[in-house]
Design a protein around this ligand. Structure first.
Ligand SMILES: NC(=O)c1ccc[n+]([C@@H]2O[C@H](COP(=O)([O-])OP(=O)(O)OC[C@H]3O[C@@H](n4cnc5c(N)ncnc54)[C@H](O)[C@@H]3O)[C@@H](O)[C@H]2O)c1
Length: 490
């Protein structure tokens, strides 16, 4: 088993613990706070609710979580050690002194520091080569970005290992080869933060008005294309050069106060905290965390549909573990042709539930459509085949909703080929949570020529593969409910 040690289990350490655990790692925690276990359990509750349904493929079985009274004990057997103690250099260096004595030399030690440079953390330690900055974003269990900042002291092996492990747990390692105080993302956020403080202090806008300016406008754009790609599009057909020519002169206009900071005093703190209470005080922090997580999952899942940005990253993460989760991509991957094929193995995501608190009606078809797509790919109707001009269109669907299922629960679909003749493909899907049958889906599909948009026979290799399944599945007992009309007595 892969083991991660978490040194400091607050907001960020707890998020790292959840990220590793839910990706199948064992996690060992050291935090002197007697409340640490309770705090991590709270973070884990949120993570278990939101992360497993983020992608379209189930996560591996959770690892084991344990708490330890010393750093020495916590780091035993760890191949990744994540330091997330408070942002004080003296405290961090004290921790690194202990880590130097106990961490295996082949392990990576990542620091969550928001501001310190890796050279400040490595200084004076003979294990400097294994210490990198691995700066995450809150909530660590959902946000994929990790700024990996390294120095000359780090070996290529350590850097490669750091990037590989971060990728394996579904995150994106942005490797900064030049260190700078506060790395990249926080410098950027700090500039925005300073400007926002001025706008509040000068009475130009309230905290709520500033948040609205972001969330109704450029914040949505940033989430999908960032800054430069957004401005490239804003430049119209002439692109980035035109954009720069248009807005370049503004740099000398008094648009920005970024070089100054407002004086930090009680008056400013009261002003901002008061406005923030008025804006959001009606929600508890726990409620806000859940609203945030629901929104993040929904946005990233939407980006997955266009295979863009954080959604494309999640899709790649899903693809990488399909095989491990028992999902075939080709005929060769199917272990036993005589049995129904596992065509979906996932968790019900947060955005699949409705006002009744269970998986909404339309998502049953969504899940079955994903199963049909996988079945098509297995028999050879994959992206290349579709690009060459052939595909299947669904002609008829009958779904039976048999039992309830809720967000966060694991579901699996097993698929049988009932009949494959000429242009026709008749599929039978059964959806389960464990042994509990949740729904069945019966679908008739027709093979089409995408140029004429009319039905046409499939390519011979597709027909042959379909026949193999149809013949093998014909030996199974007929599924209960096959061909049943709506409302017919059971
Ligand atoms: N909060 C954020 O949004 C955020 C984002 C990215 C990075 N960071 C960085 O992550 C680090 C931790 O920040 P946080 O927000 O989780 O703080 P936090 O105060 O929530 O958690 C810090 C934890 O460290 C524990 N701790 C204190 N001394 C310790 C020691 N000697 N050994 C082990 N544990 C010890 C505390 O008990 C506490 O649980 C900081 O370096 C911060 O800059 C924070």
């Amino acid at each position: 088993m892969k083991t991660a040690a978490i040194i400091g289990g607050g907001v960020i350490g707890g998020g790292w613990a959840a990220r590793f655990l839910l990706n199948g790692w064992n996690v060992r925690v050291f935090d002197p706070d007697p409340e640490a276990e309770r705090k991590i359990t709270d973070v884990l509750d949120n993570a278990r609710r939101s992360l497993p349904g983020l992608g379209n493929v189930a996560l591996p079985a959770e690892g084991a979580l344990s708490f330890h009274p010393t750093i020495a004990e916590a780091v035993a057997g760890a191949s990744w050690v994540q330091e997330s103690v408070p942002e004080r250099l003296d405290l961090k260096q004290k921790v690194y002194g202990e880590l130097q004595q106990h961490v295996a030399r082949g392990a990576v030690i990542g620091s969550s520091t928001s501001g310190y440079k890796p050279s400040q953390l490595q200084e004076g330690f003979d294990n400097a080569a294994q210490i990198v900055v691995a700066h995450p974003f809150n909530p660590v269990y959902l946000m994929p970005l990790v700024e990996v900042v390294t120095t000359e002291a780090n070996t290529p092996e350590v850097i490669d290992k750091a990037k590989a492990i971060i990728t394996e747990i579904g995150m994106y390692p942005l490797h900064l080869k030049k260190e700078i105080d506060a790395h990249v993302a926080d410098r950027f956020l700090e500039a925005v933060w300073r400007e926002a403080l001025w706008l509040v202090k000068d009475g130009i806008a309230t905290t709520e008005e500033i948040d609205n300016a972001i969330r109704y406008g450029f914040g949505i754009r940033w989430a999908q294309m960032g800054l430069f790609e957004t401005y490239r599009v804003a430049g119209g057909e002439a692109g980035m050069k035109h954009f720069l020519a248009q807005f370049g002169p503004c740099l000398t206009w008094p648009w920005t106060k970024l070089m100054d900071v407002p004086e930090y005093n009680d008056e400013l703190v009261d002003l901002i905290a008061g406005q923030s209470d008025k804006q959001s005080g009606k929600y508890s922090i726990r409620e806000l965390e859940r609203i945030r997580d629901d929104n993040l999952v929904g946005m990233m899942r939407a980006l997955g549909n266009t295979n863009w940005g954080a959604g494309a990253l999640q899709n790649a993460h899903d693809k990488a573990r399909e095989g491990a989760m028992g999902l075939a991509s080709t005929m060769e991957d199917v272990a036993d042709l005589s049995q129904p094929v596992l065509t979906l193995n996932r968790t019900v995501p947060l955005d699949w539930t409705d006002y009744n608190g269970h998986m909404t009606e339309s998502r049953y078809l969504d899940a079955f459509a994903q199963s049909t797509d996988r079945m098509m790919a297995i028999i050879g109707c994959d992206a290349d085949y579709i690009a060459s001009g052939g595909s299947f269109f669904t002609a008829e669907t009958h779904i039976r909703h048999i039992d309830e299922v809720h967000a966060g629960h694991p579901i699996q679909v097993r698929t049988r080929v009932i009949m494959a003749e000429g242009k026709k493909m008749h599929l039978w899907h059964e959806m389960y949570e464990g042994e509990r049958l949740l729904a069945t889906g019966e679908h008739m599909l027709l093979h089409v020529d995408l140029k004429t948009r009319r039905s046409a026979p499939p390519a011979p290799h597709l027909a042959a593969n379909l026949t193999k399944f149809a013949e093998a599945h014909a030996a199974l007992p007929a599924p209960e409910g096959l061909g049943r009309a709506i409302g017919a007595p059971r």
